[in-house]
Ligand binder design. Structure first.
Ligand SMILES: [Ca+2]
Length: 448
């Protein structure tokens, strides 16, 4: 039975949850995780499965949100019995799709990945990424959804290095984000049309679930799940159309900012926003929320597949977006701005064995790759621009990294060309098994 079949309908507007619950350093998350994961028992592979969920253009007000825009994920992430670290100050290093995704896959800033713009993916070196590192470490790897902009970069369909299973969306016009799109599914091009069954987020959810369901049992898996929702034009699943049409979304003072005399010239040059434009932006935000409901369903479905495998107690989950999005803040109505609306993203990590908490310290997209490398024990033949347990004080590509260590001294140094070189140790992982009771509002681990 599929997760979707077992899942009752979500409460679309739940009790209030204080916005701005928390967050912290991936640094500390990592140190804790390694120490806290249960000891390995038997002959099971001790390393955790890793699922990374990257949404597209999701504003950071969407989760946590008083109205539970993503009810399943929010309830799981805020449940003290689960193991989510919710970061209050999660950011992307470059608030634009392609550079941000390249950074996530490598732990390197855009000036080191060579992907500085959405047209630069052909410059990306895909021979050394999270996929290759984990694949080489024995992980079963899979990507479902958006890889990098313009994929396959005017080449015949191809599967980049390191991915064992591949459902990569072919680049297309913005009108193809939710319907009428093509995917490269391993070596086949599959075209999807415009029926309800073609709705992209649902299709990707089924593929991601298939990956989890079919992953080999004798080794851990790594899933990169990247739906294109809630990217404009914010098309909700048919079942969710108008879901938030009555929601009184907040309009922060920065939206349609009247006095921009203290702002840079490019902001001062933007036309003032009237009431009609502010109203339109509120409507866009509602539409964005509605498009996230299917993403929430997808996450529920994937996590149910993890539960069915009895893998909850050994599965790390990262949730974030490739960039934020402005809905009129400082008169800006898209991404790629140097303000909170564009730079801030939802950012949370589930690590079995780690108590739920919120953190205020800053984390960024560049922290994801080194954190996962650390958790998986994979060798990483390149220097990061960030690190799970220490940061480079001299982040120069190819010249190594002089580590600045975290306060607790749980440090893994990295040599210029080497991977792990020091204590911190291989992550011990969980063999503890959680059982759950399933409800639409969340699967509840009884242990782990
Ligand atoms: Ca994006």
């Amino acid at each position: 039975m599929s997760a979707r079949e077992v899942a009752p309908s979500p409460a679309r507007a739940g009790p209030g949850v204080r916005r701005g619950l928390a967050v912290g350093l991936a640094v500390l998350a990592l140190a804790w995780s390694v120490a806290a994961l249960p000891e390995v028992r038997g002959k099971e592979d001790p390393r955790p499965n890793v699922i990374v969920i990257v949404t597209d253009d999701q504003s950071d007000d969407s989760i946590p949100n008083p109205y539970e825009v993503m009810p399943f994920l929010q309830r799981r992430a805020l449940d003290p019995r689960d193991h989510w670290i919710v970061f209050e100050n999660g950011y992307v290093n470059t608030p634009l799709c392609c550079p941000s995704r390249a950074t996530m896959l490598t732990g390197r800033f855009s000036h080191h990945t060579a992907v500085r713009d959405n047209e630069d993916a052909h410059l990306f070196d895909d021979s050394s990424t999270l996929a290759t590192w984990l694949h080489d470490a024995g992980y079963h790897t899979g990507l479902v959804g958006k890889y990098l902009n313009l994929y396959p970069f005017d080449r015949p369909a191809f599967v980049p290095a390191g991915w064992d299973r591949w459902w990569g969306r072919e680049h297309g016009p913005v009108t193809s984000l939710y319907y009428d799109y093509s995917m490269f599914e391993q070596d086949q091009v599959v075209r999807y049309g415009h029926t309800d069954a073609d709705y992209a987020t649902d299709v990707l959810a089924d593929q991601a679930t298939e990956f989890v369901r079919e992953a080999p049992a004798d080794r851990p898996y790594f899933l990169w799940f990247a739906p294109t929702a809630p990217h404009p034009p914010w098309v909700a699943a048919p079942r969710d159309e108008g879901a938030f049409s009555e929601l009184a979304v907040p309009t922060p003072p920065s939206v349609g900012e009247t006095d921009v005399s203290d702002k840079p010239a490019w902001v001062r040059g933007l036309a003032p926003m009237g009431d009609a434009q502010r109203s339109a932006q509120r409507e866009h935000r509602r539409a964005s929320y509605a498009a996230l409901l299917a993403v929430d369903d997808a996450i529920h479905q994937i996590m149910n597949a993890v539960r069915v495998r009895d893998d909850l107690a050994r599965t790390v989950v990262v949730f974030t977006s490739d960039n934020g999005l402005a809905f009129g803040e400082h008169r800006w109505t898209k991404k790629s701005c140097p303000y909170q609306a564009c730079l801030g993203v939802p950012f949370m990590i589930r690590i079995p064995g780690v108590p739920h908490r919120t953190e205020r310290a800053i984390v960024s997209a560049a922290d994801i790759a080194p954190t996962i490398a650390e958790l998986s024990g994979a060798s990483t033949p390149m220097a990061f621009d960030a690190s799970a347990s220490c940061r480079c004080s001299r982040p120069v590509a190819g010249r190594g990294c002089r580590a600045r260590c975290s306060p607790n001294g749980s440090v893994t140094g990295r040599s210029p060309r080497g991977g792990r070189s020091a204590p911190g140790g291989s992550p011990t992982s969980s063999s503890g098994r959680g059982s759950v009771s399933s409800t639409r509002s969340g699967t509840i681990p009884s242990s782990s």
